[in-house]
Design a protein around this ligand. Structure first.
Ligand SMILES: [Fe+2]
Length: 308
């Protein structure tokens, strides 16, 4: 499919309670690559196979949670077009100057009716994945460090007004609906949205508290690597939430766990590859035990209630 407009998830900035403990966790247990630190005390990471300078940024704060989630767009002209479209839709946007985030160009930020800050940007310095672009090997030793995910893949956010959120992503930003969970009255309780060929680039669940993080998700190549991630979590006494198992929604094979600050993260592989013309798949809430955990058919209470 043609890739224009919004390309992909680009970065998440997440709050942690103890910076040093979190650096150790993200560098050595999750196995991200540290790429920089800035004057604000933020620490920047990327996954080993990502090519841009950063995708996951942490800062120390009194509460855990997410500051913002950013998407990379095709180019600067697209950034201008989308900013104008957001404003025409009735949303207020703000410009954050280039360089505020290390190696990142100007960002357009807006707040969703769910209380989340979303950013668009066109430029982030390409630093490569550490391997040659001419006749490259398939992987190098970075893939052996901790869990070592391939990329930041998507996030799931909890907040109110997801019907409004869906309109913004679909009518302004060019996303399409891949899957949804509906209540008895047919209202949508959860939506999985894609701007690409992926089964989701961002997802939302209706929730009374605004601005909440359910999880940031990191992609692995194989089920064996998901099981290896589970081994590494146990070796390091990581608090595991759910899995290893398979979601019915998206068909992704997953483990949910919490970082040392209580921010949930996911390591997963798989899922199918939808196209924008596919009819969205619908799950009824009374069957969401299978949607969440297909083999066990278990509606884990933590999935519905624990967010940061
Ligand atoms: Fe996920």
């Amino acid at each position: 499919m043609a890739m224009t407009g919004v390309l992909r998830p680009g970065h998440a900035q997440v709050r942690v309670l103890d910076l040093e403990e979190s650096i150790h966790f993200y560098r050595n247990v999750l196995g991200l690559v540290e790429t920089g630190r800035d004057e604000q005390g933020r620490v920047y990471f990327k996954c080993w196979d990502e090519r841009d300078h950063n995708s996951y940024i942490i800062r120390e704060a009194d509460t855990a949670g997410i500051d913002f989630f950013g998407f990379k767009v095709l180019d600067k002209a697209t950034l201008e077009q989308l900013d104008a479209a957001l404003q025409a839709y009735g949303l207020e946007t703000t410009r954050i100057p280039a360089g505020d985030l290390l190696e990142t160009g100007e960002r357009v930020r807006f707040e969703l009716p769910s209380g989340h800050l979303i950013e668009l940007y066109a430029e982030k310095t390409a630093v490569g994945n550490g391997m040659e672009t001419l006749n490259p090997p398939p992987w190098d030793s970075q893939r052996e460090n901790g869990i070592a995910p391939v990329r930041l893949d998507h996030c799931l956010l909890y907040g109110p007004n997801i019907a409004e959120v869906k309109k913004i992503f679909m009518e302004v930003l060019g996303f399409y609906l891949v899957e949804r969970v509906i209540a008895d009255d047919e209202s949508e309780l959860g939506i999985w949205l894609s701007c690409s060929h992926k089964v989701h680039d961002i997802a939302f669940v209706e929730h009374p508290e605004p601005g909440k993080l359910h999880h940031c998700s990191f992609l692995l190549d194989t089920w064996e690597q998901v099981l290896r991630a589970g081994d590494i979590m146990s070796m390091n006494k990581v608090d595991v939430d759910i899995g290893p198992t398979r979601h019915g929604v998206t068909r992704g094979c997953t483990i949910y766990a919490w970082d040392p600050s209580g921010n949930r993260f996911e390591t997963f592989m798989g899922g199918y590859q939808p196209y924008p013309d596919y009819e969205p798949l619908t799950w009824t809430f009374d069957n969401f035990d299978q949607g969440l955990d297909y083999p066990q058919r278990k509606l884990h209470e933590s999935f519905l209630t624990v967010v940061t």
